[in-house]
Design a protein around this ligand. Structure first.
Ligand SMILES: CC(C)(COP(=O)(O)OP(=O)(O)OC[C@H]1O[C@@H](n2cnc3c(N)ncnc32)[C@H](O)[C@@H]1OP(=O)(O)O)[C@@H](O)C(=O)NCCC(=O)NCCS
Length: 258
């Protein structure tokens, strides 16, 4: 089965891989990771990129990936492939063993009818979740490695509002708070992009409440978004695990104010 989106045809990655590597399933067995993003009624998993690289050593990934990825560096090819393999596995867990995830020309994943999902990757792993669209009005995930101090400074200036800097940054002497705000906004962006259909700047949403103990925060539209009174604040759940920060937006009800 294949998904057609715009000019892009995205094949089922696991099937395509098996055509080139008949024992792919066996090799992939060592690559899977548990899903760090909890999603009630949904499915998710991860892949170690180093393990996938070892498993596919010698295979030219340009042969199996969509044209847009053919000239990408191997690291990017691996992260794309890993994200799709996770997405297909999550879909299979929901009973869609023939589900392919398409891709628009601008890189937005296109899930099979009736399903929603989200993909993320950082330098070491890729993750994906999927669920029935009837259960979730907005779904987005993100995973980040903890920012280095130099990158944390960039996050402050590029991704945080003045109010966020005052309210949430400072008490911790590590970079978790900066990484978390960045990750929460990325997950939020993936969740609301399908609803708004436009780019959303980091200054258009703001962390309004942050509960470190419960692993929850709220993202609310700012005046700059033009969404005040039209879109309600929504929750981001998070987990800080070792050097990784994982965030998920999984809203069941509509984000739009009636
Ligand atoms: C699109 C974006 C969120 C991706 O985040 P990232 O940290 O660079 O990368 P991640 O690995 O976490 O996620 C990449 C995956 O997101 C998915 N994705 C890309 N664009 C997307 C979109 N518009 N909506 C939903 N998912 C999208 C893709 O599956 C992609 O993986 P793939 O290309 O391998 O299929 C980011 O590049 C971006 O444009 N951010 C600016 C906008 C923003 O975050 N604003 C904050 C508003 S609150």
């Amino acid at each position: 089965m294949q998904a057609a989106v715009g000019q892009e045809m995205v094949l089922r990655m696991d099937q395509t891989l098996r055509r080139w590597l008949p024992d792919a399933q066996h090799k992939l067995a060592a690559c899977w990771l548990d899903a760090p993003h909890e999603l009630a009624g949904g499915a998710g998993c991860g892949i170690s990129l180093a393990a996938l690289d070892r498993a596919l050593a010698g295979l030219d990934l340009a042969e199996i990936l969509p044209a847009a990825l053919a000239r990408a560096v191997r690291k990017r090819q691996l992260s794309f492939l890993a994200g799709r393999l996770c997405a297909e596995r999550a879909l299979a867990e929901l009973g869609y063993s023939n589900g392919a995830v398409g891709r628009t020309e601008s890189g937005v994943p296109q899930w099979p009818d009736g399903l929603v999902g989200s993909i993320t990757h950082h330098g070491e792993a890729a993750y994906a979740v999927a669920a029935f669209a009837s259960g979730y009005a907005a779904l987005g995930i993100d995973s980040e490695r903890l920012a280095r101090p130099s990158a944390a400074q960039s996050i402050r200036s590029l991704c945080c509002t003045e109010r966020e800097i005052q309210a949430w940054l400072g008490p911790r002497d590590d970079t978790v708070a900066e990484t978390l705000i960045f990750s929460a906004k990325e997950a939020g962006y993936k969740a609301i992009y399908p609803l708004l259909g436009r780019f959303v700047d980091f200054s258009e949403f703001e962390v309004q409440a942050l509960d470190w103990q419960a692993g929850r925060l709220t993202l609310a539209p700012t005046e700059k978004s033009g969404l005040l009174g039209r879109m309600r604040p929504f929750r981001v759940r998070f987990r800080c695990a070792g050097a990784e920060v994982h965030t998920i937006v999984s809203e069941r009800g509509s984000l739009f104010v009636a």
